[in-house]
Design a binder for this molecule. Structure first.
Ligand SMILES: *[C@@H]1O[C@H](CO)[C@@H](O)[C@H](O)[C@H]1NC(C)=O
Ligand SMILES: *[C@@H]1O[C@H](CO)[C@@H](O)[C@H](O)[C@H]1NC(C)=O
Ligand SMILES: *[C@@H]1O[C@H](CO)[C@@H](O)[C@H](O)[C@H]1NC(C)=O
Ligand SMILES: *[C@@H]1O[C@H](CO)[C@@H](O)[C@H](O)[C@H]1NC(C)=O
Ligand SMILES: *[C@@H]1O[C@H](CO)[C@@H](O)[C@H](O)[C@H]1NC(C)=O
Length: 427
């Protein structure tokens, strides 16, 4: 940790007492809120004790913690490259330290190199205009400036696109760039995973604008509440992520050249499940595979085929039945009796949750396949899986009609009342 040689500077529209760290083990930056104090023994203190006591159990599996108890809300985020143990240590430290340095404030924020923690009596999603940042004292030489400026801009542009395309569990990217006459530049960017890609991008663009006036510094870090950027001329992050980053080709925002690896259209009668975006627009990506995997997983859990699914002896839609039961805490009604002999109920319920995340309408809301594998592998982080929203059946009619037209002339064209069941089934 090399912050002593940094010049720290702070922006705070709320003129809070954000102060630079002084001693080792202190926060890099902290903010003790000005909206009010609580008194010893008050209900708020009880809520805050409760929320922080159980906090380390709320990791979403990728270093994001989020919890509420009564009036007290808390959230923490670890840098995307650090593993679960280092992350837990950092958040534990931050929890203890922040209560110490902001002893009675309703709201407090502390930033370490590897994690940051915030608690508040207001909604934790509310962005407040507090940030902590620092830059290296040494500057790039005048003769290298143009090259430097362009190279940094290229790196930041690349990372920005990558972060914003992350999933609901992790929005993080790191990388390096080289240019003639310059040392290699290393950087990372991160957003709170719950942000949409537009919100994440907006937050990062704000930082990029703010740091422009320090574009001669050979290193720079800037942390807001929902996003961070840092770059250096030495490697300061672990380029082996935890877990391994998805293989290339995972990006869904760059459709492959048509004809190259588009799957055969459903009319060919091949087995598989169509993601809505493929049925609607012919857009195919590995996120469409994730969708198909989700449907398959629900079939395994329920022991029934998607296109012949029955619930309480009635023909129903597998996806919406699974969602309804899961949402009403009755997910075990879906589970095939044969499965319960071998798999604990809690595990099967996790599978339903994961499957429902895979069949989200918007590909951006679906996890990547490597995230799915990680989530299935289990609970070494006692992971709180994100809540899926209801699978959209608005596509059902389209798919059904699509099937009808492509099978026109076929004597067993499905009746329209059957459409929700025929959703995404292509065989
Ligand atoms: C809150 O407590 C701090 C001391 O911890 C004090 O400096 C500050 O003035 C108090 N703020 C209010 C609004 O009472
Ligand atoms: C680097 O540039 C800043 C202005 O951008 C200046 O204030 C600072 O003194 C420079 N540092 C050195 C070591 O020259
Ligand atoms: C540095 O690069 C940015 C982004 O490419 C550009 O907008 C800006 O004008 C450059 N600054 C200078 C002083 O050349
Ligand atoms: C720089 O990034 C590339 C991938 O873009 C990676 O293969 C390489 O190992 C990185 N170099 C260092 C020194 O980290
Ligand atoms: C980097 O991450 C990998 C994978 O999680 C881990 O095995 C390794 O120990 C880490 N290296 C450092 C220096 O933290």
């Amino acid at each position: 940790m090399d912050f002593p040689i940094w010049v720290l500077f702070f922006f705070s529209i709320l003129i809070g007492d954000v102060l630079p760290a002084t001693a080792q083990n202190d926060f890099w930056g902290k903010y003790c809120g000005l909206t009010g104090n609580y008194t010893k023994g008050s209900p708020y203190q009880q809520d805050l004790d409760d929320v922080l006591y159980s906090f380390t159990g709320t990791n979403n599996g990728f270093g994001f913690y989020d919890s509420t108890s009564g009036q007290a809300n808390a959230a923490a985020l670890c840098r995307g490259d650090i593993g679960p143990d280092a992350c837990r240590r950092c958040v534990d430290d931050a929890t203890r330290q922040l209560r110490k340095v902001c002893p009675n404030q309703l709201e407090a924020i502390g930033w370490y190199d590897l994690c940051f923690l915030r608690y508040s009596n207001r909604e934790i999603e509310k962005e407040i205009d507090v940030s902590v940042s620092g830059r290296r004292r040494d500057n790039v030489s005048d003769s290298s400036y143009d090259q430097w400026n362009q190279t940094v801009a290229n790196l930041l542009g690349r990372l920005r696109r990558e972060v914003a395309s992350g999933d609901q569990l992790r929005k993080y990217a790191s990388g390096n760039i080289t240019a003639p006459g310059l040392s290699t530049i290393y950087g990372f960017m991160q957003c709170t995973p719950g942000l949409s890609s537009t919100e994440c991008d907006g937050c990062l663009v704000g930082i990029i604008r703010d740091i422009r006036r320090f574009d001669r510094s050979l290193g720079l870090g800037f942390h807001r509440l929902s996003c961070s950027i840092r770059y250096e001329t030495y490697s300061f992050f672990n380029s082996t992520w935890y877990p391994a980053p998805p293989p290339s080709g995972e990006r869904y925002d760059a459709p492959p050249p048509s004809g190259e690896w588009l799957p055969a259209p459903p009319s060919s009668g091949k087995c598989g499940y169509m993601a809505p975006e493929y049925a609607m627009e012919g857009l195919f990506s590995t996120k469409s595979d994730v969708y198909g995997f989700g449907v398959l997983l629900l079939e395994i859990v329920s022991g029934q085929r998607n296109n012949q699914f029955r619930y309480e002896d009635q023909p129903e839609s597998l996806l919406s039945t699974a969602y309804k039961l899961w949402k009403d805490n009755e997910g075990e009604q879906l589970i095939d009796d044969r499965l319960t002999l071998n798999v604990p109920i809690g595990e099967a319920l996790r599978w339903i949750n994961i499957a429902l995340l895979c069949v989200q309408e918007d590909p951006q809301d679906r996890p990547t396949m490597s995230t799915v594998v990680f989530m299935l592998e289990g609970d070494q982080w006692s992971a709180n899986l994100p809540m899926p929203s209801e699978p959209q059946l608005s596509f059902a009619r389209f798919v059904a009609e699509f099937e009808q037209t492509t099978t026109s002339g076929d004597s067993n064209t499905r009746p329209l009342m059957d459409r929700s069941r025929s959703l995404t089934s292509s065989c």
